[in-house]
Unconditional design. Sequence first.
Lengths: 323, 304, 441
Amino acid sequence: MTNTSLIILGLFICAFCGFAVYDLATAKRHKEVYRAKSSITAYLMLLPSVALAFLFILLPILYSLGYAFTDYYLLKPNEIGFVFLDNFAELFKEISEKGMLYNAIINTVTFVVGVVPLQIGLALLLALFVNRPCFGSKIFKVCFFAPVVISLSVTAFLWEQILAPGEGGLLNAMLGMFGVPPHDWLRDPNTAMPCIIVLSAWQGCGYQMLIFLSGLSNIRKDLYEAAALDGANGWHKFWNVTWVGLRSTFVYILITVFIGACRILTQPMLMTGYMSHTVTLSYYMYNLGYTERWVGESSAVALLMTIFIGGVTLIQRRMFREK
Amino acid sequence: MDEIKNLPNFRPNKTPVKKTVKEVIYYVVGIVLSLIFILPILYMLATSTKSESAYAESVGTLSMFLPDFANLGIAFDNYKSVLVNYDIWKYALNSFIYAAIVIVLNILINGLAGYAMAKLTFPGKKLLSFMIIFLIVVPVETSIIPLYSIVKIMLGLKQEMSVIGVILPAAISIFNIFLFMQFFQNIPKEYEEAARMDGANTLDVFFKVIMPLSKPILATVAVFCFIGVWNDYLWPSMILPAADDGSWSLLPIQTALITIKSIEGITTGEIMASLVITSIPIFVTYVAAQKYIVQGFGTSGLKM
Amino acid sequence: MKKLLCSLTSLLLVVIMLFGMTACVGGNPDGTGDGDGTSTDKEGNTIVKIMFHVDKSSTEGQAYQKRIDAFNAAYKDQKIKAQAIFKARSAGASGYETELQNNQLEGTLADIITFDAPNTAAYASAGLLYDISDLISKDEQDKFFSLNMYNGKLYGLPIQESSAGFFYNKKIFREAGIDVGGYTAENPWTFEQFKDVCARLKAHGVTPVDMRLDATKDETAPYLLYPFIYAAGGDFVSSDGYTAKGYYNSAETAKGFQFIKDLITAGYTSYSIGATDFFTGKVGMYLSSGWTIPDLDNKYREQFASRDDWGLLPYPKGAEAASATGSWSYAITNNHHEDKTASLELLKWMTSAESSEAITTATGMIPARRDVVKNYAQGSPEYTLLKQLELSGRERPVTVAYPTFSTTFNQIIYGLGNGNVTDLLNNATNTLQDAMDKVKK
């Protein structure tokens, strides 16, 4: 491993030098001026972070992506052989046979499509709600953030009690007062993903609320006054001033929530276990890599996910980039 | 104070009665919403006051959110046994020390990088900005296996060194570099230029001009570092040697809690009491730094 | 401020240098006196390393450490010294296995490791474990309730044993006028008698039995429920562990799952029984392992003041009797130490009657050896578990693809409420067969 790592380090340095030379060569065309002294200072400032990031982030990621082309089995780390694209063939076979991976893709897409608007919408509403100067709003702000920092095992257990089937479940008990018969929320394929979507949005939206709040605090007050002078009503003011002012915040939140949503793992793991109606891509990957010990194939899933998430992120950036 | 200045309008153009009604509605809605969001906290607090039987009785009913007022002595016993028998203050101290070191390193290492990326031009910058986005996007679930091997090879077999294996990987955060970068980009050039006129070099500018202007982002990064270190359990439990009696254990609080949870005979009430105790520092930090966090994100502009 | 910043910067530099140095020094972790296939310390003692899956500070860890200390005292003259490594499993299964694979990479695998019994096939076929068939005499092997066999070879010896059964609320049974005194480990009840008791409990107005159908997120449900399938005459995989078709989806296996489904259909058990319902007197019976005994003795005084209020019933039998077994085991590893004499001595020491006695006294579990005499009162829960283990204990299927088996078993139990047994079994069989074919390749 030490040797491979050194080779990768060498390649990394070569790639960096290549880019640097290219930058220098095209400096004129891009109207950039590079000064030796300031460049050296920059390199020195970057050195600690690049060294650590290389060792602890880039190198592990490259290894794990590289395993995608091997038959790495967790218990035989000394017998790793290249299998080229076999892992991918295996994965596509599973998709075409509508196996677990097929379910994982469908569920992940459902989750992302559901949770991204819900979580962002909730966060925005909460941010607008607490964005006023009074004592209460400060306390509310703290409360809304609470699920972000509470240990996941506690919240998962709590939701299990709320969604428990039969009359013992809190939600069923409450609906029972209105004559609704008890429902097995997590076992029913039609309600399981929606439940997980709601609880994930509930858990995460406090964080995005804070970011929206900071976006709101950046909108100049005179814009509202100007809009009021033009006779704008509440909705117009929101649309023309608040929303426009929140645009870059929104794009940032959209991208981060999207990336987070694609990686959903813990909630289905803690709520239902490895079941076809709630399995997600990350969970599939985890199960394949750790439980069934096929690190190679699991890495192939990771590689495909990276390409997919990266691609969508790029599209989002293009679409929403300010002109 | 900034918050008030920047608020969208809530102008007092309504009659006092209408205003009071609005206020009341606002508070009612706010309290109901807050209750929904602090359910887990209520559940933790309530359970930490219960004996095992009382807890078993309450599961699945609304009383799981209400403390057992009849036997408050049990609450006292739960907290006492957690603090006295399981020594969680020792582990909490460990976590505080780890967090302090990680915060300092994190701010220095990532702050310097963020500054270089935001304010300096140098050949090869494009590759690095691409890497930042790439590393934010890649799923990291499978990379813990190679990471573990790398750290083990790096540190060798020396157990005393394992602390470094906990701290160093936590000292680097691509996301924090990104936050710093965004924040620094929005600091007007004039500040730096004035300092440079006085003959300051880049490092001087960074420490004397930029850092003092960056309190909000420093607070944001510090708080999230703290929460991250405080809540992390998987990595330390893989890297650190297991608890050894007699000598001072190196385990941080959450890793120790997992071990404590599996102790035979521990009650759910005691587990919850320990969770309540370990949640307090996070809440205090968050409440104290809340204002800065909002500013930290706000002024950074956050362009992806 | 300036001084502070300066000192912080220098601290940073020092840390980075330190880190650079360790990177260089740590480059060759396996350096000291280990090259010739044995490991010795300065006094010439042969070092044997043994890795445990628990924390040293736990009761179980303490018990192991005491046995290791006793070993070192006893083997001082023979110059063998045991060293215990405690690697808590609290990080999850992945943590322990990541450590194992990393030890293989570095060549630092301990001489003896502990492992969960269902992993025998996977570990043995991966070449992790050393074949001890010829090193442990047949007489000695016969003394254990179960052995860690794979392909007819012995790879490990159990540390201790576990078994499960139906805990029941004697108060409820008395009120409902149900007498289960005749159902003992020696003479277990039948599937029909089990259903009959359920029917009477239901008529009495309580939920009859918690079959732990909600415990499908981990190994709990497979561990507690697999004996029903053996009891119905079914099976899971072929004896070589590479065929599931014709075993997992056989008619007898279906009968076993159908029995559980019947209990759901008849309203005797359900997915909605709360985890604590048995302890609050809402459920008549509760399927669980021996680890529930201390909980019932200590934690729920209001409901269960003494052992007059609760008891333990064995697994019911269908075509045959079967009950749950299995726990963690010891194995000698295939590491670079070619001379296994010292390791064997330690293995024998740790699995001796004396060690078995000491460890099970600390953990409250069942000894793995028949010759450890525990004086349990006839009819006591511990007695029932021990007797049941002796008479009808059957281990979980031995297959390299065990993790997949466990997952598919959970999926069957999870889907049993709404699904058709045949479809569920066919799906599970296909998944497991695919996994086995993949391993065989």
